[in-house]
Every structure is written in structure tokens, then in C-alpha cells.
Design a binder for this molecule. Structure first.
Ligand code: ATP
Ligand code: MG
Length: 324
């Protein structure tokens, strides 16, 4: 399968105080056509920084200081605002945590679909656009008569599904979702995940899906990337990463969230807290919290080393290979 997205060495700094804060540090990955990549990590690990840089939606003080984002062979980092605008919605769409950010509260839901559809297809009549809006809402299980509702007349889950349908309106090839189910209850969360999976099967778009809940990604993602301190510390297929996590942080994260389908068991959070990126620890950023650390972890920064379809940045695996 060919890659839709190739990210290489993406580095983002927040330029505020005397020293820039590096919240996305040399991040590289590929996304294949129709693939779902999950990105997980605790609060402050740089997930949203990565996503906003990736979609070129970042605002100062965030600055992309290095790296390439190749989307269909075009480097998004080098693209001007006009060309970016052309790509948005039609090729690359975004769903954010709060559907209220995506939906205009003073416009009927359907009218927002009509605007987006007609902005990208000048030949589409107003009447046909309303019909298409109703179809798109139907695709996420919202009945056609809701097309004339205002966002506040819909439930939180419906609004979130409507914002997903809106992202899909112009048939994008890549949909980037940042915590799209955080604001809804567990039942609605599962319905939304099931819908994303079904629509991906039908429409074939690729997804980057960000969440702090690793167990949720097990249900959804083909591959999972774990972020810590602005870096990808482990990346691999969902089965291998969840079933055989290598990085001690990934293991900690896995044991912090109950799998959706398994009986309740005692959860062990990870002791300590994520690094302050204004003053990151030397060596491996996880070493102050790591039960498996050994001599040199506080000095040497481990590289992300790949074995087959699984890569890990941890000195326990000097060649990326699991020795145990
Ligand atoms: N506006 C800002 N100015 C300065 N530093 C910032 C700013 N926003 C984020 N940061 C820095 O970037 C780090 C990563 O933030 P980011 O929002 O990307 O994390 P996240 O993984 O999305 O967290 P969450 O799970 O809470 O959404 C923060 O810990 C902080 O150090
Ligand atoms: Mg975030």
C-alpha cells in the first residue's frame, strides 16, 4: 500500500520565554492509504502540537522549526496559505475535541454542510447541497429532519457525529481527529468508533486519531504511536504494541486504562508526572519515572529503533529487538 502521508523529523517549538519549548521533537512516521494510526500519551505529551503542525493549523507561539510533511508528494510545510486552503476539507479534514468548535452555534447544522459543499463544488445547487447534507447526517445515524436543527438542539454525541460527517463532506483522503470522543459518554464513544470504522471501510480515508486512552485505540487503530515528552517512544501494529509493549512507558499506559472488553481489574497509574518541557530531563525523558532504568538512562537519549513493524526508543532494546 502506498503512503498518503510521510512525516519526517517534524519539530515544533513554542517560542515564548527565553528558551523555546520543544513540544514535538523529531517526529517521523508514515500513514498508508486507508490506515488508522492512533496516537496516545498523557496530557502534555505533544499530541495536539503534532496534530496542529500536521494540519498546518498551528498558531504562534508554536513554530515548526524542522521537518517535512509530505501529503501526496507535496510538502505541507512549504505550502502557502492559498494552496493549503484548497487542500483543506477536500483532501485533509480535521475533527476536534469539542464539536462546538467545528459547528457554528447560530447556523442551522445543514446550512454549514451546504456552505462547505458549495465552497468546494461551485456547480452544486443549493437544493442538491441540502439533500447531500441530509445524506451525510444519515451516514452517521442522524435523521434527515435534523438538518434544520441548530447545534444546541442536538445532544453532545449527535453534535460530535455531525462534526465527523462535516469533515467527511468533501471526501477527504485523510481525516485527523484530536480526542473526538472525550466529551461524550462511553456508549456514545463506542458508537462513534464503530461509525468511524464503518465509514473508513466504505470511503477508504486514512485517519490519525489522537487520544490519551490507549485501550480505546485497540478497538480502532491499525497502528499505534505512543508519545512522551514530545517524542514518539514506541510505534507498531495495534496488536503487537498492546499485546507486547516494549517501552516501560507504554506498559504503564496500558495498565492505566481498562480494555473496553475485559473484566474490571485493578489499575496501576504511572507514578510521577510527565516532564516539564521547559526544563526536560537529560537522557531518556522517561527515566525519572521508570522502574526499569539503569546506568546511563539519565545521560543517553535512546533513538527510535525499528524491528520489523515495531519501533521503540529505549535502552533495554539496544537493537530495537526484544531480548527477553
Ligand atoms: N501555547 C503554548 N505556549 C507554550 N507552550 C505550550 C503551549 N501549548 C502547549 N505548550 C507546551 O507543549 C506541551 C504539549 O502540549 P499539547 O497540547 O500538544 O499536549 P497534548 O498531548 O495534546 O495534551 P492533552 O492530552 O492535555 O491535550 C505542553 O506540555 C506545553 O509544555
Ligand atoms: Mg491535546
Amino acid at each position: 500500500m502506498s503512503a498518503v502521508l510521510v512525516v519526517e523529523g517534524l519539530t515544533v517549538d513554542y517560542v515564548t520565554g527565553a528558551e523555546p519549548v520543544r513540544a514535538c521533537d523529531d517526529v517521523s512516521f508514515e500513514l498508508r492509504r486507508g490506515e488508522i494510526l492512533g496516537v496516545a500519551g498523557e496530557s502534555g505529551s505533544g499530541k495536539s502540537t503534532l496534530i496542529t503542525a500536521l494540519t498546518r493549523l498551528q498558531r504562534p507561539p508554536a513554530v515548526t522549526t524542522a521537518g517535512r510533511i509530505e501529503f501526496h508528494g507535496t510538502d505541507l510545510v512549504a505550502l502557502g496559505p492559498d494552496d493549503l486552503r484548497k487542500l483543506r476539507w477536500t483532501s485533509l479534514a480535521i475533527v476536534l475535541q469539542s464539536a462546538m468548535d467545528a459547528l457554528n452555534p447560530v447556523m442551522r447544522v445543514g446550512a454549514q454542510f451546504v456552505d462547505v459543499l458549495r465552497a468546494h463544488d461551485k456547480t452544486l445547487s443549493r437544493k442538491d447541497a441540502w439533500t447531500r447534507a441530509a445524506e451525510l447526517l444519515g451516514m452517521v445515524g442522524i435523521s434527515a429532519d435534523r438538518v434544520r436543527s441548530y447545534p444546541h438542539e442536538l445532544s453532545g454525541g449527535m453534535r460530535q457525529r455531525a462534526s465527523i460527517a462535516l469533515a467527511l463532506a468533501c471526501g477527504p483522503e485523510l481525516v485527523v481527529m484530536d480526542e473526538p470522543t472525550t466529551a461524550v459518554d462511553v456508549v456514545m464513544q463506542r458508537q462513534i468508533l464503530a461509525q468511524v470504522l464503518r465509514l473508513r471501510r466504505e470511503l477508504g480515508f486514512a485517519v490519525v486519531f489522537v487520544t490519551h486512552d490507549l485501550s480505546l485505540l485497540l478497538e480502532l487503530a491499525d497502528r499505534i504511536a505512543i508519545m512522551y515528552g514530545g517524542r514518539i517512544v514506541e510505534i507498531g501494529t495495534a496488536e503487537s504494541l498492546y499485546g507486547k509493549p516494549r517501552h516501560p512507558y507504554t506498559r504503564g499506559l496500558r495498565d492505566s486504562f481498562p480494555p473496553l472488553r475485559s473484566p474490571l481489574r485493578k489499575l496501576n497509574g504511572i507514578p510521577g508526572s510527565p516532564p516539564d518541557l521547559r526544563n526536560p530531563p537529560p537522557g531518556c525523558p522517561f527515566h525519572p519515572r521508570c522502574a526499569d532504568r539503569f546506568d546511563g538512562c539519565d545521560e543517553q537519549r535512546p533513538e527510535l529503533l525499528t524491528i520489523e513493524d515495531h519501533a521503540v526508543a529505549c535502552r533495554l532494546y539496544p537493537s530495537g529487538e526484544d531480548q527477553s
